[in-house]
Write a protein that binds this ligand. Structure first.
Ligand SMILES: [Zn+2]
Length: 194
């Protein structure tokens, strides 16, 4: 990541393990760690790059040992998508930001009231998704999005990474023209993450 893109990241919400820059450009400061020359966020918080002093830190958001419960509404980032399942890093429970994250899984049968043929038309890695916890069997939080207010709240273009705009039933990239599909929440693109 160039310092220019890091500058754009100023104040931006970041998750643990999120790449912030490289040691050639910045000094790792509070709330960050370095691995193989790359600076990552250690916490859920806001990235604060200081381009003048060439330092980057992350200001942590509210901490606490809160655990998702059945019925909890959660917010997470999609990490991996298979035909039948999507894997989610849960970083918020209700209004409570977590300092780490919990692993969640969304099965295709819990996505929509309508039949869904493939998870690839529901969400993609990197997307931010709102879901409800329906089970915590075997330490995994099983998620559910069968509601108008549940589903993807922010989606990113698979070609160029730009945020997708929702146009009727389709997701459109205004930068590269890519058209994709998602199961979106009613407030897609308007949700305040942090
Ligand atoms: Zn694009």
């Amino acid at each position: 990541m160039s310092s220019k893109s890091l500058k754009r990241k100023s104040g931006q919400f970041v998750l643990p393990g999120e790449r912030l820059g490289v040691i050639e450009e910045f000094v790792s400061n509070a709330g960050t760690y370095v691995k193989d020359g790359v600076i990552y966020s250690k916490v859920v918080g806001r990235a604060l790059p200081d381009t003048l002093n060439k330092r980057v830190s992350v200001y942590p958001l509210v901490r606490g040992a809160k655990v998702p419960k059945i019925g909890s509404k959660v917010l997470g980032q999609v990490t991996k998508v298979q035909k039948q399942n999507a894997f989610v890093r849960i970083f918020r429970i209700g209004e409570h930001q977590l300092s780490g994250y919990f692993s969640g899984i969304l099965h295709i049968s819990d996505v929509h009231l309508r039949y869904v043929d493939s998870m690839f038309n529901v969400c993609k890695p990197g997307d931010i998704i709102r879901a409800k916890v329906i089970s915590d069997k075997n330490g995994t939080f099983h998620l559910f999005t069968k509601d108008r207010e549940l589903g993807v709240v922010y989606a990113f273009c698979m070609q160029c990474g730009y945020i997708l705009e929702q146009k009727r039933q389709r997701m459109h990239c205004s930068r590269c023209g890519e058209i994709e599909k998602r199961k979106t929440a009613l407030d897609y693109g308007k949700c305040v993450i942090a």
